[in-house]
Design a protein. Structure first.
Length: 317
């Protein structure tokens, strides 16, 4: 178990992504995945109020609704649910009144009394940050939200959020959700991890498996013939440099009898401030690799080898 920043939340070190629920996994498949995850020791679920509004016939909130129905059906103990605000078609942006309404709608769909971890999904520069910070603080004070977090914010804006929180006397963020994996390292390592260390914030990275590329499934930049809607996004990484990373993951994983995906997740868990990578599963068969990635501990030499093969050049000062 790992603690999320300065919060009182201790979680299994992998978060199950709910972005596929109501999209590539229907209600029954989603229930089966959730059951397998919890049966295997998982207890941390990530979603957003906008999942999956991008699908024809969906309006947003489908993932939360499925998770809420599963929670009501299974009544699991000690499951931590994180969700997000700012992208739902009916609740765009982070104006105070919108944040409040969106949170209330998420609570209804999830069927819970309080949201364990509530993210500002994307920065809304059209709304004064002080207004947004105050709105999140009020949700915590009113007991609708237990912990505040930010996603897709720059280091500068995160620092500003913390400073405003302290000035207003409201809850600080406890977590950051950035795009971070072995083929997308630069910005997070240069800017986000330092601010996370400064304010004791836990990282909960998304795209941990680079849309599936870091499972080893895509060995060509040609996504033709792949059934997954995310195939194109994954296949773009199948360059010479990307495939060297896959080869290294395969070799290191073999020494632990672990898959490429599990090894990629283990590398991410070994990075500073990372609490729990987010990874999703469309089917029950995909869940064991995710659980294994939360339990696999790489040696310092193995982490260093993966660092080298995925090395990037820091920006010049």
């Amino acid at each position: 178990m790992t603690r999320i920043g300065t919060s009182d939340l201790s979680v299994f070190p992998l978060s199950l992504g709910g972005n596929v629920f109501g999209w590539t996994a229907d209600r029954n498949a989603s229930f089966a995945v959730l059951d397998a995850f919890v049966d295997g020791g998982g207890d941390f679920i990530d979603t957003a109020d906008s999942y999956s509004a991008w699908i024809d016939g969906n309006s947003g909130g489908e993932s939360e609704t499925i998770i809420g129905e599963w929670l009501a059906s299974r009544k699991p103990s000690d499951v931590v649910v994180a969700t997000k605000v700012s992208q739902h078609p009916d609740f765009r942006g982070l104006a105070a009144a919108n944040v409040r309404r969106a949170a209330e709608a998420s609570l209804t769909r999830l069927g819970v009394d309080a949201i364990d971890l509530y993210y500002a999904h994307f920065d809304d520069e059209s709304t004064p940050l002080e207004e947004t910070v105050g709105a999140f603080g009020e949700l915590v004070a009113d007991g609708l939200v237990r912990n505040v977090a930010v996603s897709n914010y720059t280091a500068e804006r995160i620092r500003e959020w913390v400073e405003i929180s302290d000035r207003l006397g409201v809850a600080r963020p406890v977590a950051i959700q950035p795009h971070y994996n072995l083929v997308h390292r630069n910005d997070v390592e240069e800017t986000i991890i330092p601010v996370a260390q400064e304010f004791e914030l836990g990282l909960v990275p998304y795209y941990s498996l680079a849309s599936g590329f870091l499972t080893g499934k895509y060995r060509s930049t040609d996504a033709e013939g792949q059934s997954s809607p995310r195939a194109g996004g994954a296949a773009k990484y199948a360059t010479e440099a990307g495939l060297r990373i896959i080869d290294a993951l395969e070799e290191i994983g073999a020494a632990h009898d672990a898959s490429i995906a599990a090894t990629a997740l283990a590398w991410l868990r070994a990075q500073p401030t990372v609490v729990a990578p987010i990874a999703s599963a469309r089917t029950v068969e995909q869940v064991p690799d995710l659980l294994a990635g939360a339990r696999l501990d790489l040696t310092s030499e193995e982490v260093a080898a993966l660092n080298r093969v995925s090395e990037w050049t820091p920006a010049a000062n």
